[in-house]
Design a protein around this ligand. Sequence first.
Ligand code: GDP
Ligand code: IMO
Ligand code: MG
Length: 429
Amino acid sequence: MKADVLLGLQWGDEGKGKIVDVLTSKYDVIARFQGGPNAGHTLEFDGIKHVLHTIPSGIFHKNAINIIGNGVVIDPVVFKKEIDSLKKLGANPEKNLFISKKAHLILPTHRLIDAASETSKGKKKIGSTLKGIGPAYMDKTGRNGLRIGDISSPDFIEKYKTLVEKHISILERFGAETTHALSEPDEKLWMEGIELLKNLKFIDSEIEINNYLKSGKKVLAEGAQGSLLDVDFGTYPFVTSSSTICAGACTGLGIPPNKIGEVFGIFKAYCTRVGSGPFPTELLDETGEAMRITGKEFGSTTGRPRRCGWIDLPALKYAVMLNGVTQLIMMKADVLSIFKLIKVCTHYIQQGRKIKNFPYDIAPSSIKPVYKELKGWNCDLTSTNSFSGMPEELFSYIKFLEEELETPITIVSVGPDRTQTLVKEVLLG
Ligand code: GDP
Ligand code: IMO
Ligand code: MG
């Protein structure tokens, strides 16, 4: 058996949580492969709206095995909050949630370093979620990190203290307030999170996942963030600190490249970005504001307003290429229902010439988007429940994107609820 991967093709918040939840009934195992509490994956069903940060979006399905892979960074404080609220909703994480021993821990001091680093950058700040993601991955690659497997070791506290000492010297170099670094309440909450983690099963997830595949079980790898936030291929330095592309599923779960099956690439029918960094199709006018209000485009993790703009095909083509996307999933078609005309960025102008690729520099001073106008469907989609029932203009929009991206769109989402999902069953197998 091969593992399928679902990942975001834009700057995150494409709707990964919703679709993983919808697809979970077809899978035995759902596994997160990177990122951490910077992610906010929203699920809506039976009148409940729930946001997951570290926990895979299959958690509400009793029979699904949920795995947090080695590529994920875990903050025990956020994790405990997630577990507590899941339990209130009747989920049973002690039974169907497993954590890689090799996943790294986010310490309270990682969050402080994140904040100090952002402050020191001033206007050039990344717009980080301030969850300590960058500093935690820096300790991982710098070979100083603490891992889930260390929790069971007798010298865990000693290792923790050594790392905190190192962090305090970093904070001092930033000129940041360090008394807070040693704050007892913060440390107490963190240790409570560690105690809660001990109730869960720590596993060699790479071995278990490969065994599942060998025994014919169906595995879906769930990405966080999006390809344009990838540490290598995203809009660096305005990126996150992990590999958000399909290759990240290999390193973040231990799945060999030849065991990757379908790659579901998910995108919004328009485009959003939260945090700093270039965004060629951004709309700073009332059209962008209308998208933000209609699409409720406010961050699931930080509540920050998301920047909105038209869909960007050169960027999407780049993401489809990097990930080897086999099926596309288009989200939030209902949000574009408010427009009579819809714009699609098909090219950029760079130094007076039309280009189709996604260049190294996408700053406004380097490129300008070129748009094609398409007729909008401009009608309510709530009663649309199949591909064949779609308004003609929506169908044409999908056809146009499929041709440009040379990949079929097999799922179209027309609302936040689980049920508001149109699936081209034939291609899902
Ligand atoms: P993720 O990080 O990729 O899981 O996405 P988020 O949960 O951060 O953001 C997606 C937002 O869009 C959430 O509030 C979802 O409930 C909502 N959403 C998902 N699909 C649709 C859709 O088709 N239409 C509308 N209107 N909202 C949607
Ligand atoms: P999901 O999984 C959207 C953005 C931040 C910031 C940059 C770096 O919900 O799609 P970080 O905290 O990772 O150091 O921030 O990345 N960012 C996201 N934007 N969705 C996310 O996750 C994001 N995770 C990080 O806003 O610009
Ligand atoms: Mg999100």
